[in-house]
Design a protein around this ligand. Structure first.
Ligand SMILES: O=C(O)CCC(=O)C(=O)O
Length: 252
């Protein structure tokens, strides 16, 4: 795809919705064949045997799978995802990281409202584009995502605890009155949210694992901010330096 095709892969209405709400949904972004292939790779990888693995109460998380799994690398570098991210950014983006997010059958634990970006070692002003890809039908009872449209404008909050229902609401009690948008997804659908848009996911009430994948891009010229993070801790970056292209691929 050339630059013009990339930028035109997202409509003016979608760009306006993203700017207003901090989230959009794109149906059928991935074909059924792609879903089958990527889902098989996720299921093979979601076992907790890797270093960059975190067990939260609410899900298990395997980070940076694209670096050593050729199929998941294809997904993180997929031209359709990059085209959408570039279109929303209206300029170059870079891959930040990917992650498999699995909720065990009947896990009984929702992922509570939080923003993603306060966890990341980048400035709060940085623009970010977090894709949440359903690689299986994900109705509400299976743990789909809900978003608080407009909450991306809250850009200075400390990191919130996604294991604690009171964490974000304790910081911003008014959000208790916000109208949430719950977005059940069919396999192949994706949501894209600003890293500052508050979101949650319901508990998995079904008897099969909920397998989702997230791929996150940042505006390309973002600089590193000193903050602990599993992805950047081993890299020895200097605060204020641009994220290096060889580790965080850049797409013009
Ligand atoms: O999948 C979930 O349970 C929550 C995902 C999430 O919080 C995220 O992708 O930022």
């Amino acid at each position: 795809m050339n630059t013009t095709e990339l930028a035109s892969s997202i409509s003016a209405d979608q760009r306006a919705a993203f700017a207003r709400d901090g989230v959009i949904v794109i149906r059928n972004l991935l074909s059924p064949d792609e879903v089958a292939r990527f889902r098989a790779a996720l299921l093979a990888r979601s076992a907790p045997d890797r270093a960059a693995y975190c067990r939260h109460d609410v899900f298990t998380q395997v980070v940076d799978t694209w670096r050593d799994d050729p199929v998941l690398r294809e997904l993180a570098l997929h031209s359709k995802l990059i085209a959408v991210a570039r279109g929303l950014c209206d300029g170059a983006v870079r891959l930040w990281h990917d992650q498999i997010l699995t909720k065990a059958p009947g896990n009984g634990a929702p992922t509570h409202y939080h923003q993603d970006q306060p966890y990341w070692p980048v400035p709060p002003t940085a623009r970010s584009f977090a894709f949440w890809l359903a690689l299986g039908d994900t109705p509400e009872a299976h743990g789909c995502m809900s978003f608080l449209p407009g909450s991306q404008r809250l850009r200075e909050l400390p990191a919130q605890d996604l294991n604690d229902a009171g964490s974000l609401l304790g910081l911003c009690p008014d959000l208790a009155y916000a109208e949430a948008r719950t977005i059940p997804l069919r396999a192949g659908d994706v949501t894209v949210h600003d890293g500052m848009t508050a979101h949650r996911a319901g508990a998995n009430q079904l008897d099969r694992p909920r397998v989702a994948h997230s791929v996150i891009y940042l505006e390309a010229d973002v600089c590193y901010r000193a903050q602990a993070h599993v992805v950047t801790d081993p890299l020895g970056l200097t605060p204020g330096q641009p994220l290096p292209d060889d580790r965080f691929p850049r797409f013009e």
